[in-house]
Design a protein around this ligand. Structure first.
Ligand SMILES: Nc1ncnc2c1ncn2[C@@H]1O[C@H](COP(=O)(O)OP(=O)(O)OP(=O)(O)O)[C@@H](O)[C@H]1O
Length: 450
C-alpha cells in the first residue's frame, strides 16, 4: 500500500488515480498529522510525502516527519528549485525525491523501485524470522529451563498476545523481548524499548504518547511518542513495575483498544503495537499492596514467560562463559581447568550480566601468549574484585574446590598477609598468627613461600 501525503486536492486525486491505474493500493491524506496517524494505523509499504503541508507548511516540519515512517521508504516531493531541501531530506532518511510538477513516468519508476525495496526488506525480515526458529534466538543455554523458554518464545512470537517477562535481574528478559520481536511477523518494523523507571514520571507520558508543540514549557515542536515510533512493531516496557500510578491508567486504555492521546492533543490516536513488558519485581505483591493496578496486571499478562536465574541452571555457566569469551577475545582463547571449576563453584547473584562482565574483564586483562589467551581462576577472581593481587605477590584467593583446598587457600592468605604486615619478620608474624616461629617456617616451606 502507498500512502500519499499532499495538501493539494487536484494533485492528490490525479496522482492517486495514476498510481491505482498501475495496480497500486493508495491511501491519501492532506496533512502531516493525518499522515502519521494513517501510518500508525496501518503501516504503508511506501510513503510519498510533500514536505510543506498543513498544519505548519514549513519544510522543516516535513523533514522532521520522515523518521516517523521508518522503515518504509519515503519519497519526498519538493519544488523544482528546492535541490538543497531534497538533499536535506535524503540526509534525514528519505529514500528518494521527486521534483514538482511530477512527471508521471518518473513517478512510475521511482515508486516501482521503492515498492521493490520494501518487498525485499520484508523478505529479509521473514527469512530472519524463519532462521531464528532453528537457532537459539540469542538465548544461549542448554539447560531444560532454557530449552523450555525458547520453545515458548517460538510459540508465542507469531501471536499478537501481550507478553509479560518475569525473572531476576540480569537473566535475559530484554533478550527474550528481542527474540519475540525477531521471530514475529513484526520483525521488519521497529522494536522500541523504554525503561519505565529511568524516565522521570512527568516526562513518561510525553515520551510514550508524544506531545504537540506548545503543550508545555519546552515543547517547541510536535514530537511523536514511542508508541507511534513502534507502530507495526513491538513496544518493550522494561521495568514495568516502576510505572507511576497516573501512567498506569493511560497505559491500560492503550492496551485495551490501541488508542492514546498525545500530550496537548484533543483527539485520540490509534497505533498498532504489540506490547512486551518485563520486571524483576514481584508484580502480584505490588498488586496486593496497591502500588500496581490489578486490571493492568491482567492486561499485561497475556502470556507469562519466566527467565531462570543462574542458580537454577548452574550447568549453563561454562557454556555461557565460553560464549562470552569467544565474543570478547580476538583470536584463540580458553579457560584453564581451575577457571572452569571456579566459574561453576561461584554463585552469580547478578546472573548472566555479572558473568558476562567478569569474563569480558578477565579477557581484556589476561596477557596474550603465542597460543592466545588462557584465563585462569585468578584472572576471574581479579575481574570480580574478589582478589587483588599485587604484581609479583603470591596468589591471594584460590578458587574453592574442596573444603581442604579452601582451608589451604585461607591459610596461605593469612600467612602472606601477616608476613606483609610485619615486613617479613618471622617472629612477629608467627606471634600474630598464634604459631611458633618454627611452625610458621615449616608451613612456609611447605607452601613454597620462603
Ligand atoms: N541466555 C543468554 N544468552 C546470552 N546472553 C545472555 C543470556 N541471558 C542474558 N544474557 C546477557 O546478559 C546481559 C543481561 O541481559 P538482559 O539485559 O536481557 O537482562 P534483564 O533480565 O533484562 O536484566 P534487568 O532486569 O536488570 O533489566 C545482557 O548482556 C545479555 O546479552
Amino acid at each position: 500500500m502507498i500512502l500519499l501525503a499532499d495538501d493539494e486536492p487536484a494533485f492528490q486525486r490525479l496522482t492517486a488515480q495514476w498510481l491505482r491505474s498501475l495496480g497500486h493500493d493508495v491511501e491519501t491524506v492532506g496533512d502531516g498529522d493525518a499522515a502519521r496517524a494513517a501510518f500508525a494505523r496501518l503501516p504503508a509499504d511506501v510513503v510519498l510525502l510533500d514536505l510543506a503541508m498543513p498544519p505548519h507548511h514549513a519544510p522543516e516540519a516535513g523533514l522532521a516527519l520522515i523518521p516517523a515512517f521508518a522503515p518504509a521508504p519515503v519519497v519526498v516531493m519538493t519544488g523544482h528549485a528546492d535541490h538543497a531541501l531534497a538533499l536535506k531530506a535524503i540526509e534525514a532518511g528519505a529514500w528518494d525525491f521527486l521534483a514538482k510538477p511530477v512527471d508521471p513516468d518518473m513517478l512510475q519508476v521511482v515508486v516501482a523501485r521503492a515498492v521493490e525495496r520494501a518487498r525485499l526488506a520484508r523478505e529479509v525480515a521473514q527469512l530472519k524470522a524463519q532462521s531464528v526458529g532453528s537457532e537459539d534466538m540469542g538465548l544461549a543455554g542448554s539447560s531444560p529451563q532454557m530449552t523450555a523458554l525458547r520453545d515458548l518464545v517460538r510459540r508465542v512470537a507469531p501471536t499478537p498476545l501481550p507478553v509479560l517477562v518475569l525473572g531476576p535481574s540480569g537473566t535475559g528478559k530484554e533478550l527474550v523481548a528481542r527474540a519475540l520481536h525477531q521471530a514475529s511477523p513484526r520483525a521488519a518494523r521497529p522494536l522500541v524499548p523504554i525503561h519505565c523507571g529511568a524516565v522521570p514520571a512527568d516526562l513518561l507520558e510525553s515520551e510514550l504518547f508524544g506531545h504537540l508543540k506548545g503543550s508545555f514549557t519546552g515543547a517547541h515542536a510536535d514530537r511523536p511518542g514511542l508508541v507511534e515510533t513502534a507502530s507495526g512493531g513491538t513496544l518493550f516496557l522494561d521495568e514495568i513495575g516502576e510505572m507511576p500510578a497516573a501512567m498506569q491508567v493511560k497505559l491500560l486504555r492503550f492496551l485495551a483498544d490501541g488508542t492514546y492521546q498525545p500530550v496537548g492533543a484533543r483527539a485520540m490516536r490509534k497505533a498498532d503495537v504489540r506490547v512486551v513488558a518485563a520486571t524483576h519485581r514481584d508484580l502480584q505483591a505490588a498488586v496486593a499492596d496497591g502500588s500496581f493496578r490489578e486490571d493492568l496486571y491482567y492486561r499485561l499478562r497475556g502470556v507469562v514467560l519466566r527467565t531462570p536465574s543462574l542458580d537454577e541452571r548452574p550447568g549453563d555457566v561454562p557454556l555461557l562463559a565460553a560464549l562470552f569469551l569467544r565474543r570478547a577475545a580476538q583470536g584463540e582463547a580458553r579457560f584453564t581447568p581451575d577457571a572452569l571449576t571456579w566459574l561453576t563453584a561461584r554463585r552469580w547473584p547478578g546472573n548472566v550480566r555479572e558473568l558476562r562482565a567478569a569474563v569480558e574483564c578477565a579477557a581484556a586483562l589476561a596477557p596474550r601468549g603465542a597460543a592466545g589467551i588462557a584465563i585462569a581462576a585468578q584472572d576471574l577472581a581479579f575481574a570480580t574484585g574478589e582478589a587483588i593481587a599485587a604484581p609479583g605477590a603470591p596468589p591471594a584467593v584460590q578458587p574453592p574446590q574442596s573444603l581442604e583446598a579452601e582451608i589451604a587457600a585461607l591459610e596461605r592468605l593469612r600467612i602472606t598477609e601477616a608476613l606483609e604486615r610485619t615486613g617479613h619478620n618471622h617472629t612477629h608474624a608467627a606471634r600474630e598468627l598464634g604459631l611458633s616461629r618454627v611452625g610458621l617456617l615449616k608451613k612456609m616451606d611447605r607452601m613454597g613461600l620462603r
